[in-house]
Ligand binder design. Structure first.
Ligand code: SME
Length: 153
């Protein structure tokens, strides 16, 4: 029998935590998470991070990712990533074409989840995952990804 989504998250989260056990560098952490999460699931066209730019007010800049070409910069008031960064709440979007202000880095993108990464009460980044199929993300993804970023960052 094939693994359930919960089982995949349990397996890949354990692997990520083990690989990153002694690693304190955020770029190394983000690169490893992007790689292992992207490879663990089918039907995903983008898995990665947008990092809060320290030199610009309220703007995200692309970080480590896997998949097709990502946009370079996203202001906090634009796109699904911007909403996640400014509200500090995970965004689950079944169909990005229905999301006002969605930014289409890849026109094949249909569903998306964006999880804010917080440290010391600041949004340091967001974790963004895109699929070319509708409604690929739900509370299972939300809970697993929130727990993962919470444990690592
Ligand atoms: N769709 C995102 C932009 C990032 S790409 O999907 C990689 C958004 O609307 O914020």
């Amino acid at each position: 029998m094939s693994e359930t989504k919960q089982e995949i998250y349990a397996r890949v989260s354990k692997e990520i935590l083990s690989v990153l056990e002694d690693e304190t560098d955020d770029i190394a952490r983000m690169a490893t998470i992007s790689c292992l999460l992207h490879q663990a699931f089918d039907n995903r066209i983008w898995t990665g991070f947008y990092i809060t730019d320290q030199h610009k007010d309220k703007e995200l800049v692309v970080g480590p990712y896997q998949g097709t070409l990502g946009c370079l910069r996203i202001p906090f008031d634009k796109g699904v990533c911007g909403v996640a960064a400014s509200t500090r709440e995970t965004q689950v979007v079944d169909n990005v074409h229905d999301f006002p202000g969605h930014i289409a880095c890849d026109s094949r993108s249909v569903s998306e989840i964006v999880v804010p990464v917080l440290r010391d009460d600041r949004v340091i980044a967001v974790l963004d995952i895109d699929s070319d199929l509708p409604a690929q993300f739900d509370d299972v993804d939300r809970e697993a990804l929130e727990e993962l970023v919470d444990e690592i960052f």
